[in-house]
Design a protein around this ligand. Structure first.
Ligand SMILES: [Zn+2]
Length: 227
């Protein structure tokens, strides 16, 4: 793709007399940039692929820029695990269609090439499935019929408050801020072995970070325990 494929312009550069016409659109001379970026057939393929994820095809002056744009969108698109392979699969399917037309005289419409791209993505994801992290991921996976990963559910850790032993007091503290930093405060409660509150405290801290509020709660609680 980066000038490695034997497109007509490359063959012509080796001083081979060759009349060139793109077999995908039948209009322009064949080059890598034309086949993958400028050809009306390929543009229809890209447009249809991007439509599935609500992105539009704006065209790119070079294949490097297309790949760079594709990489930048990686964090923003739903089902991003298929996004990386999809660009490679789409290029491969465009090239295979070019070869089918040129050497086997078989033509497929762009819609069928798009379907084959997603079929390949399904095949690649068949063994492990894709991880679902949002409703967008789920609806896209269902629409494209991509298998969903059956990763085991996260183990549930049960946390329970326990009474302190007889003769002991237990102190629970908390510090929090509304925003970070933001208006913050701290508080705490001492309880005996029956769970009965013995002493409580609460203080407003003005604007602090949540970490400062938590540490302040510990310091004040510690000081109150010594009293
Ligand atoms: Zn063309």
């Amino acid at each position: 793709m980066y000038g490695a494929l034997p497109t007509d312009d490359k063959v012509q550069r080796k001083a081979v007399a060759l009349a060139s016409r793109c077999v995908l659109c039948g209009v322009a001379c064949e080059s890598s940039t034309h086949i993958f970026l400028n050809c009306s057939f390929s543009c229809d393929v890209w447009r249809n692929i991007l439509l599935q994820i609500n992105k539009s095809w704006t065209g790119f002056p070079s294949i490097q820029l297309l790949f760079s744009w594709w990489r930048k969108k990686l964090k923003l698109v739903p089902l991003r695990t298929i996004w990386g392979p999809l660009i490679v699969i789409a290029c491969q399917q465009i090239w295979l269609e070019r070869n089918r037309r040129r050497f086997d005289n078989i033509k497929r419409p762009h819609s069928q090439v798009v379907s084959m791209c997603f079929r390949e993505v399904r095949y690649c994801s068949k063994s492990d499935g894709v991880r679902i992290k949002s409703m967008h991921d789920l609806s896209l996976a269902r629409m494209l019929q991509i298998p969903i990963s059956n990763s085991p559910a996260r183990p549930i850790l049960e946390v329970k408050w326990k009474h302190p032993p007889p003769g002991w007091l237990k102190l629970n503290i908390d510090g929090s801020s509304l925003g970070n930093p933001g208006s913050s405060g701290l508080g705490g409660t001492f309880r005996n072995h029956n769970g009965t509150p013995i002493k409580c405290f609460a203080t407003y801290l003005e604007v602090r970070t949540n970490f400062t509020a938590e540490v302040a709660a510990f310091m004040v609680g510690n000081s109150q325990a010594l009293d």
